[in-house]
Design a protein around this ligand. Structure first.
Ligand code: ZN
Length: 293
């Protein structure tokens, strides 16, 4: 499943092609992947018009929070894209064939506002359909509703904020890092990598770490996510960036997917346990368990 580094890299690649283009047509092949939010009741409802999907609008820019990406139009209407397990969003340049046509749910046809010349297509594909598109009247409405339920963005988190959000939970640190309401953007891959790099056992109690570990953890989150972004994220199965390319950070994983292999740091056997219903790999030699008796 794509996590913060993949979505951030995707946003950066799309940011070089989408802003300034006009959406001259929208092909919605699966209407059930789109949700609108009623601005009065703030309840999700079925999307009623292609205008909600920015038909006729000029794209202003993109904004990410956690694992979600917003496409913002100049006049306000905004789409929030969530890739779920297997979603892909990419730009197909003018004159190029779509590299995959199966499970394509929505296609935006782009044009230059000055010349009317085609600027390619933006394609949303999601075989397993855990992802989707959410339409809002403005970015402010998205931030005030859907994104207000998410914790602070992991890439921006500092030590005091991390300490504050973790102080509220006595669950395991791994469970807390995976909870998007606590901190937004981290999933199973980066939770395991971050906890290994910070020397923290995944079953440590979130609000019982020594004070200096919160600083080390906050620094590790920023450094590790930053490095993963620079490598274009991790492609495990489906993830591609905005130009359709895979990320290379998976070759840098030190614990994720390496159960029963030897620790790259101390040579001990890596262990696999289940935490928060997810396979969790850690090194018993390098990761200290913090839990008051
Ligand atoms: Zn080790």
């Amino acid at each position: 499943m794509p996590e913060l580094p993949e979505i951030e890299h995707l946003g950066r690649t799309l940011d070089s092609v989408l802003p300034g283009t006009v959406i001259r047509n929208v092909s919605l092949l699966r209407p059930d992947i789109v949700r609108c939010t009623d601005s009065r009741s703030r309840r999700p409802q079925r999307c009623v018009s292609l205008c909600d999907l920015l038909l006729g609008q000029r794209i202003q820019g993109l904004l990410r929070h956690g694992k979600e990406l917003a496409i913002i139009s100049r006049d306000g209407p905004t789409i929030c894209v969530h890739l779920g397990m297997s979603g892909q969003l990419w730009h197909c340049p003018r004159g190029k064939q779509l590299r995959r046509r199966d499970h394509v749910h929505c296609v935006w046809h782009l044009a230059s506002p000055r010349t009317g010349r085609g600027q390619g297509r933006l394609v949303f594909r999601d075989p397993r359909r855990f992802g989707g598109l959410w339409c809002f009247a403005s970015i402010q409405e998205l931030v005030a509703t859907r994104w207000s339920q998410l914790g602070p963005d992991a890439l921006q988190i500092d030590t005091p904020t991390l300490r504050q959000v973790l102080a509220r939970t006595s669950r395991s640190i791994k469970t807390a890092l995976l909870d998007q309401r606590v901190i937004a953007g981290i999933g199973n891959i980066y939770a395991d990598e971050i906890l290994f790099a910070a020397g923290i056992h995944p079953q440590s109690v979130a609000n019982e770490l020594p004070a200096d570990r919160y600083r080390r953890l906050a620094g590790t989150i920023q450094r590790l996510l930053g490095t993963a972004i620079a490598h274009g994220g991790s492609t495990i199965r489906d993830y591609v960036d905005g130009s359709g390319s895979a990320g290379s950070y998976a070759t840098h994983h030190r614990v994720y997917g390496r159960a029963t292999q030897l620790c790259v740091s101390c040579g001990q056997l890596l262990h696999a346990i289940i935490v928060a219903q997810r396979t969790t790999v850690f090194c018993p030699g390098c990761q200290a368990l913090f839990r008051k008796a």
